[in-house]
Design a protein around this ligand. Structure first.
Ligand code: THU
Length: 136
């Protein structure tokens, strides 16, 4: 599975985004080391707080299925689904990634033209992780 394939799946997921408040449609595609792919879209809520990001929908769907070993996640987003700039993951999603992923886990972003890769360690340096609770 190439980065371009993964970005294409993330892009497809933006079609399922429920974003009547922000109108910002996000899609994510999470690749497991065994080749499985889990996708997600953002799901907003009138009470705002319950809104979940596309990345967390993908991660929680994967964990629900027993997946625990992850390689890469592709993320795209844009107003009304028009992808014109990079959509980096929010801080909460970075922390969720850190729960299940090592420093070499890769975040793949695209602005619709270019694809960029970032190691999780670069996006969340000096992170608090399961190791800090003696759980690694
Ligand atoms: N959003 C995501 O789905 N992922 C991110 O990492 C950034 C933000 C969503 C949440 C909300 O529905 C909309 O984008 C605007 O913040």
């Amino acid at each position: 599975m190439t980065n371009a394939d993964l970005i294409a799946l993330a892009r497809e997921m933006t079609l399922h985004s429920y974003a009547p408040y922000s109108h910002f449609h996000v899609g994510a595609a999470l690749l497991c080391r065994d080749g499985r792919v889990y996708t997600g879209c953002n799901i907003e809520n009138a009470a705002f707080g319950p809104t979940v990001c596309a990345e967390r929908v993908a991660f929680f769907s994967a964990v629900r299925d027993g997946a625990r070993d992850f390689e890469r996640i592709a993320i795209v987003g844009g107003e009304e689904g028009r992808i014109t700039s990079f959509t980096p993951p929010c801080g909460v999603c970075r922390q969720v990634m850190r729960e299940f992923c090592r420093d070499d886990f890769t975040v793949v972003l695209s602005d619709g033209r270019e694809i960029r890769e970032f190691p999780l360690a670069a996006l969340l340096p000096q992170s608090f992780s399961p190791a800090d609770l003696g759980k690694e």
